[in-house]
Design a protein around this ligand. Structure first.
Ligand SMILES: Nc1ncnc2c1ncn2[C@@H]1O[C@H](COP(=O)(O)OP(=O)(O)OP(=O)(O)O)[C@@H](O)[C@H]1O
Length: 322
């Protein structure tokens, strides 16, 4: 378990992490989500004892990192830009780590096999692709068979096969009962990986929630309908107690109804339909809405960081996405 209490990190007058409290529980994947500069990496570095809190504390299984008697056996991490001696072979890199931590050589073979690097174990890691480097970083994190694992943006720059591999690995580590803490700035990725969600912005916690609850609350869909007899159809639909909003392209967004029910009403009254389809709100939009006030570096596209509010804007919601 990871526990943060009033955890704070200041760099000069910049507060990167602002008195946050959270716990990361065993047996689940906790997604740590936030826009660039939100404080995710700083928090993870403090968990790993690589940065000292300016105030507050963070512990792994009840102890600060520096007080852990055998840290590699308690917590492993894949942090961004991990420094690996590129001149060493993957095997020797891990063997050197194992030896300096009293870990048996057999475990090196195990983790190399686990991350699928057996064929390149005798190659210098300096020549590794990004994906191979990530696998080596994960092998190092797993070396001491720790119960707590941190992954900082593990899928950054990986191809779809690599992304799927990491997602499956992360899920299986949690299924074994480990505490798994994964940072990302992609809601869609987290929706597929995490059970619990910790959203941060500008160093503060914006949401601490079960992933299924977040999805249920934020992915409420609607049905998009177009009809040349829109006025009459709208009346019939509101008569059913459904909420009808009009988009500026002439379509209607109907809340509280299924596409089938709308089709039946239209059919029963001889009304033509030119378009009828369910639209699911995107979780990415929900995340943007949650964090929009805490995005440090807005893109130069007007309204880019703003989620749709009005009915007219609802048509921007992506179909059936997460
Ligand atoms: N060593 C440092 N010195 C000064 N400021 C820092 C340092 N490390 C981080 N910061 C600042 O602290 C804030 C949080 O940065 P951090 O890297 O933790 O965010 P993040 O959520 O991991 O972002 P990203 O998704 O871009 O990696 C940023 O404003 C960053 O510029």
């Amino acid at each position: 378990m990871i526990t943060a209490e009033r955890l704070t990190k200041r760099y000069g007058d910049k507060t990167a992490v602002d008195a946050i409290d959270f716990t990361v529980e065993p047996g689940t994947v906790t997604g740590f989500l936030g826009p660039n500069g939100a404080g995710k990496s700083t928090t993870m570095r403090m968990v790993m004892g690589l940065d000292r809190p300016s105030a507050g504390s963070v512990t792994v299984n009840g102890r600060a990192y520096r007080d852990l008697p055998a840290p590699l056996h308690e917590v492993g991490a894949l942090l961004e830009a991990k420094a690996i001696h590129g001149g060493r072979t993957a095997y020797n890199h891990l063997l050197w780590m194992a030896k300096s931590n009293g870990i048996a050589r057999r475990r090196v073979d195990e983790v190399i096999d686990l991350v699928g690097l057996t064929d390149v174990a005798s190659k210098r890691s300096g020549g590794f692709s990004l994906g191979m480097g990530q696998r080596l970083g994960i092998a190092a994190a797993l070396l001491g068979d720790p119960g707590v694992l941190l992954f900082d943006e593990p899928v950054n720059g990986l191809d779809p096969e690599g992304i799927r591999w990491i997602r499956t690995l992360i899920r299986s580590l949690a299924a074994e009962g480990r505490t798994v803490f994964v940072s990302s700035h992609l809601m869609s990725e987290m929706a597929l990986t995490a059970d619990h969600l910790l959203v941060v912005g500008k160093g503060r916690i914006l949401a601490d929630t079960d992933m299924n609850d977040f999805i249920a609350r934020n992915s409420a869909g609607y049905v998009r309908v177009r009809s040349p007899q829109a006025g009459e159809l709208a009346e019939r639909m509101t008569g059913q107690g459904w909420r009808v909003e009009r988009a500026d392209d002439g379509a209607m967004a109907v809340y509280g109804a299924t596409a089938e029910a709308i089709g039946d009403i239209a059919g029963a009254h001889g009304l033509y339909l030119h378009e009828l389809g369910g639209v699911q709100a995107s979780l990415e939009d929900a995340f943007m809405r949650l964090t929009e006030d805490s995005v440090e570096y807005h893109a130069g596209v007007p309204g880019a960081a703003h989620a749709p509010d009005s009915a007219a804007d609802q048509t921007h919601l992506t179909p059936a996405g997460v």
